[in-house]
Design a binder for this molecule. Structure first.
Ligand SMILES: C[S@@+](CC[C@H](N)C(=O)[O-])C[C@H]1O[C@@H](n2cnc3c(N)ncnc32)[C@H](O)[C@@H]1O
Length: 223
């Protein structure tokens, strides 16, 4: 039987949740609790994600929806609003502490706890699907007793994001060509060209965006 890569094991889930519980206890509701070094670094990534969108005055003419995968405190929504975007926003995050933080700062929002495969989202359910930083941790996949296929979980999340989007997907990943990133055994990184090729296997319009931070790249999948 073909192994499934789209679900975290209980152990992996617990590890990610514990890391984030500890960081929230340490830093409170700040970017550092999300493992960003500061607000500026977080927002540089957001800026690249939102550049997939049409101008705010065009897109806001009609209701439009956005799913934020690994939403943390839903800071992306605040950034969108500062830039005059008004999406019908849904956030999901695997960490109960993040969901609690996001809800306490945005009591009116729909924020759900879990990973993408925990939800039965429909094909094309959201106009846009975005993800920032939620695929930066190594998730090893066990294949016939050996730990290998690193990165397969991230790829399965990317494919699912594409299938549930109507207009496009924007996500970022760590760049494996960066020395410090590559030296960290716990960080999942990728070669941009390999991710582009992977995405071209199911998406027609794949765009690579780089050069905004030395250790990160962004991909747009437009429909
Ligand atoms: C680096 S933080 C970024 C948070 C937010 N996107 C931002 O930029 O402010 C990564 C977030 O993804 C969540 N996360 C990690 N792995 C996840 C997964 N497999 N599914 C859903 N959320 C995940 C973490 O709990 C954390 O809140």
């Amino acid at each position: 039987m073909k192994p499934s890569f789209n679900k975290l094991s209980d152990k992996q889930r617990l590890r990610i949740q514990t890391r984030h519980r500890v960081s929230v206890e340490r830093y409170g509701y700040q970017p550092q609790a999300l493992y960003w070094s500061n607000r500026e670094i977080q927002e540089i990534r957001f800026q690249k994600l939102i550049e997939i969108l049409p101008p705010a005055n065009q897109i806001n003419h009609q209701a439009w929806s956005l799913l934020d995968v690994g939403c943390g405190f839903a800071d992306l929504l605040d950034y969108l609003k500062t830039n005059h975007y008004q999406p019908d926003y849904t956030g999901i995050d695997i960490s109960p502490e993040m969901v609690l933080g996001a809800k306490s700062m945005h009591p009116d929002l729909v924020i759900k706890e879990g990973e993408l495969s925990d939800f039965d989202f429909n094909c094309s359910q959201f106009d846009y699907v975005m993800l920032s930083g939620a695929l930066n941790e190594v998730v090893e996949t066990e294949v016939e007793g050996t730990h290998e296929q690193q990165g397969e979980y991230a790829k399965s999340v990317i494919k699912t994001m594409y299938s549930i989007s109507r207009k496009g997907v924007a996500f970022n990943l760590l760049d494996a060509r960066h020395e410090w990133v590559n030296s960290r055994y716990d960080l999942q990184s990728f070669l941009p060209n390999q991710i582009v090729s992977f995405c071209q296997g199911f998406a027609n319009r794949v765009e690579l965006v780089e050069g905004y931070l030395e250790n990160d790249f962004t991909i747009y999948l437009r429909k």
